[in-house]
Design a protein around this ligand. Structure first.
Ligand code: PLP
Length: 422
């Protein structure tokens, strides 16, 4: 099933809204969700976001401004998941043997449509970790071949490179991040300077996970691919956060977790690999029954909760009912609500450009003389605001269940820490 129509109605969004041709998305209470309006103006219209906020039931124990690890699924997604769990549980092995494949393929096609890529290049996996391990461990590389990555890449991906170095003699080249501004040429030049004739692979995040910095991935990829380098993009934080389709990035492979900004059920990821490369990448789990050129060879991870996979379709419908551009601008606005007023604070340092090109919802701020953990703990203890302390500062990731007034304790808390004498 794609979505339980009643659950959308019950939670304020009509399924009809998903019809791509409809210029106006009707919401409950007779309000019109007019997608022809300016997304920047719409981001500030609280009435417009109220029915969407009503699709979330965040814990009242704290204000959740840490949606970077895992973003809760919306009520329509949860309803569909529960429905599918019961349906599949009733059918059990029958479902696995006779119905699973068709539904799995339908999800693959929906996801490919959304990503603007060929469905035969899309593997449904469990998370970014699995997707990136598949590529980084699956590429045939020789002793001395180099893989370039920035030190801001996700920690366990740098560990994958380290394992390949110890096991196969591949050489990881880990570079510093480019200077903190939006000069695309300078950023591309920074990455280009790390490439040598031995470079075979470049791993680049679309958004650095610790700080929220957005990278000009398309420009970096164009430069590297022109030199014959295989470019793999970690899209964990960009997917359904930025209104940008992975197919437009011009990379060779792309990985994302769908339980982050898309709000799909926990345990969903995607791996996209350009067709000509599929045959030459080894799967993590052997599957001799599938042709070596078939993307499905990357999906042999054993029996798994299929209802979760179907939840991807509902999450895509929910996302598209809101509109990717509208969601991105709302997320930017929520970041601006707390970050912009703090920009002049002398004891605060933003570890991310607060520009349109430099960041969206995810950001990182450091308080002078405090570790990220200390500042994050103080925000929770004194203001009930849940963030995460990372090595460079406090990582802050608001999401659709929040209003600007929900973010006031965060703003006040950071201001208080910045002005405190230590
Ligand atoms: C940039 C980046 N890559 C990969 C991952 C791993 O994601 P997952 O745990 O869903 O596999 C994360 C998780 O936060 C991440 O931020």
């Amino acid at each position: 099933m794609t979505v339980d129509r009643r659950s959308f109605l019950a939670h304020g969004i009509r399924l009809a809204a998903v019809a791509a041709a409809a210029p106006v998305v009707p919401l409950a209470r007779g309000a019109a969700f007019d997608t022809s309006t300016d997304p920047i103006a719409a981001a500030r219209d609280e009435a417009r976001w109220a029915p969407i906020r009503a699709c979330y039931a965040p814990s009242t124990r704290f204000t959740n401004v840490e949606s970077g690890y895992y973003s809760p699924a919306s009520a329509p997604v949860l309803d569909a998941l529960e429905h599918d769990q019961r349906r599949i549980n009733a059918l059990a092995s029958w479902y696995m043997r006779r119905e699973k494949e068709g539904e799995h393929e339908a999800v693959r096609h929906e996801l490919a449509r959304f990503m603007q890529v060929d469905a035969e290049e899309v593997a449904l996996v469990r998370n970014t970790t699995e997707a990136l391990n598949t590529v980084l461990l699956g590429l045939d590389l020789d002793v001395g071949d180099e893989i370039v990555a920035c030190e801001q890449e996700y920690g366990s991906m740098l560990q994958v490179l380290d394992q390949r170095a110890r096991r196969d003699g591949v050489v990881p080249i880990v570079i510093e991040q480019p200077p903190l501004d939006d000069d695309v040429d300078a950023i591309v030049a920074h990455y280009a300077a790390a490439l040598t004739p031995r470079t075979r692979v470049l791993l680049v995040s679309h958004i650095y996970y610790l700080t929220g910095r957005i990278l000009p991935v398309a420009a970096i990829a164009a430069m590297a691919r022109a030199r014959g380098v295989f470019v793999v993009c970690d899209g964990a934080h960009a997917f359904a956060h930025l209104d940008l389709r992975p197919g437009s990035l011009g990379v060779d492979a792309y990985a994302a977790s769908l339980h982050k900004w898309l709000g799909a059920p926990l345990g969903n990821g995607v791996l996209w690999i350009r067709k000509p490369h599929i045959a030459s990448i080894w799967p993590l789990f052997a599957d001799a029954d599938v042709d070596v050129r078939d993307i499905r060879k990357f999906e042999h991870y054993g029996t798994h909760p299929c209802a979760n996979v179907h939840g991807i379709r509902t999450a895509l419908e929910f996302h598209e009912a809101i509109g990717g551009a509208f969601k991105e601008q709302r997320l930017r606005y929520l970041k601006d609500c707390w970050a912009k007023p703090l920009q002049g604070e002398p004891r605060l340092r933003f570890n991310v450009p607060l520009t349109e090109a430099g960041s969206c919802a995810l950001a990182n701020v450091a308080v002078e003389d405090m570790t990220g953990r200390e500042a994050s703990a103080a925000l929770l203890e004194r203001h009930g605001v849940f963030t995460v302390g990372v090595r460079s500062g406090v990582r802050i990731a608001p999401n659709l269940w929040l209003t600007p007034s929900d973010l006031e304790p965060l703003l006040e808390g950071l201001r208080e820490l910045a002005r405190e004498r230590r």
